[in-house]
Ligand binder design. Structure first.
Ligand SMILES: Nc1nc2c(ncn2[C@@H]2O[C@H](COP(=O)(O)OP(=O)(O)OP(=O)(O)O)[C@@H](O)[C@H]2O)c(=O)[nH]1
Ligand SMILES: [Mg+2]
Length: 420
């Protein structure tokens, strides 16, 4: 798991934090963390500390075997105090420099990453799509991870987990950044897991901080339960799912599938009173990370974690029948349901992954991107910070390339959804 930039780091930390709780420590050993930013080290460290993470996890000198390391490093020793302020092309260049290995301080992290590439079978980058550092560095990291495991890459899972910005957030360029980020991920991943801060805010009607926390928790839970699907400590039916299984169910042709995760918890005795199919449908309708048309999904994965180990699951057909009748009607998407049982489960946890549903926000991103390129004055004003390193024409050209890529991606997704 790579957390790049502030948002990416926060989601990775949320996952780390959850797995340090006694109930889930058996899953912690399956994850390796790398957190990176272009911000000043001390600021990042103190931010991590504030979240209750022990300093042994952060500081390599203090590391010990009992504490799982976080591997926090700066993209560049010349990192500024405040990050790159949305200028993703600058941080993409920093990430490329990082892998060129010119900086001695970062050598140990490149070695560690190379080492992990040989044994991990799933690689995920967390980043905000509307920011700069994670947006720029994320795809460079994913490209590196893929290129280093060429022989095995056909079996390994590559994903990005991104967060779309609020609609009225400061920085009119955020939507453009988000589209450019997805464009670059579109041919690098098997799936792009998408959350949308705006959608979650519309659902819960709370302030920015509360939305960030909810989104981070939702994404951390989705990853925790996806990982639990291959845990030898749980009883899993009908079969365990590994990286390669997720890969097969995500991928659509040569492109990354947009995947919308949903997550909900319920008290364990709820099943005595309520049909589980209804709970799964509520999860999709009320606890979805991004606004989408779930009935258009090509494929659905439902992961149900149950406290009780003894009962033989008879719920699979209940869920299938309910979703078919209430959501899909005459459509027949593939539905996979995985049951996880173990003593650690204290409540019923439902994770749903909607693979490649229609996501209206993506069309909006495209419209904003187009308007932006059609308005040279706004473009020039917004690029003031970025152009110092490049000429205005080069920057505009690079953005046009990303626009075309994003356009092709949406066209591909449309064609694919019509063919299904
Ligand atoms: N869900 C969620 N969104 C966040 C979080 N932190 C920031 N964001 C969103 O991410 C976007 C800003 O991106 P950051 O992640 O702060 O940017 P960065 O990658 O650090 O890049 P720069 O700071 O521009 O160098 C905005 O849309 C924020 O609303 C978080 O913890 N959770
Ligand atoms: Mg930042």
């Amino acid at each position: 798991m790579v957390g790049a930039g502030e948002c990416g780091r926060n989601i990775a930390l949320q996952l780390y934090y959850q797995l340090t709780s006694m109930r889930y420590t058996y899953l912690m050993k399956n994850f390796y963390y790398f957190l990176t930013d272009s911000e000043d080290t001390l600021r990042v460290m103190s931010n991590i500390h504030k979240k209750g993470i022990p300093s042994e996890a952060i500081n390599p000198e203090k590391a010990n075997e009992r504490v799982h390391p976080l591997n926090v490093f700066m993209l560049s020793p010349a990192s500024s105090h405040a990050g790159v302020g949305g200028a993703w092309m600058i941080s993409a260049e920093m990430a490329r420099d990082f892998f060129r290995g010119n900086e001695e301080v970062n050598e140990r992290y490149i070695d560690l990453i190379n080492e992990h590439i040989t044994w991990c079978d799933c690689f995920n980058i967390f980043n905000s799509a509307g920011g700069g550092t994670g947006n720029g560095a994320g795809p460079v990291f994913l490209e590196y991870l893929r290129s280093k495991s060429t022989q095995d890459s056909a079996r390994k899972l590559y994903t990005a987990t991104i967060v779309l910005p609020f609609e009225k957030e400061s920085g009119g360029w955020r939507d453009v950044n988000a589209a450019a980020n997805m464009a670059r991920y579109s041919t690098l991943c098997d799936g792009i897991l998408i959350a949308d801060n705006q959608h979650v805010q519309n659902m819960m009607k709370q302030n920015t901080m509360a939305v960030h926390e909810t989104v981070n928790r939702l994404l951390a839970n989705a990853w925790m339960w996806m990982n639990a699907c291959s845990s030898s400590d749980l009883s899993i039916s009908p079969k365990g799912w590994e990286g390669a299984d997720f890969k097969r169910s995500f991928r659509i042709g040569d492109c990354s599938a947009p995947v919308v995760p949903c997550y909900r918890e319920e008290p364990k005795d709820k099943l005595k009173k309520i049909n589980i199919g209804w709970i799964v449908l509520r999860t999709i309708k009320e606890n979805c990370a991004a606004k989408c048309l779930p009935e258009t999904a090509r494929r659905i994965l439902v992961i149900v974690a149950l406290p009780d180990k003894k009962e033989i699951p008879s719920y699979e057909s209940d869920i299938m029948a309910y979703l078919q009748e209430e959501l899909f009607k005459e459509r027949n998407p593939e539905i996979d349901i995985i049951f996880l049982r173990g003593r650690a489960m204290q409540h019923l946890s439902i994770t749903v992954l909607l693979v490649s549903p229609t996501i209206p926000r993506l069309e909006e991103l495209q419209t904003h991107f187009e308007a932006y390129l059609d308005d040279p004055q706004t473009f020039e004003e917004d690029m003031a910070g970025q152009v110092s390193e490049r000429s205005y024409d080069t920057t505009l050209h690079a953005y046009r390339i990303e626009y075309d890529k994003f356009d092709r991606y949406l066209e591909y997704l449309n064609k694919f959804s019509q063919s299904g």
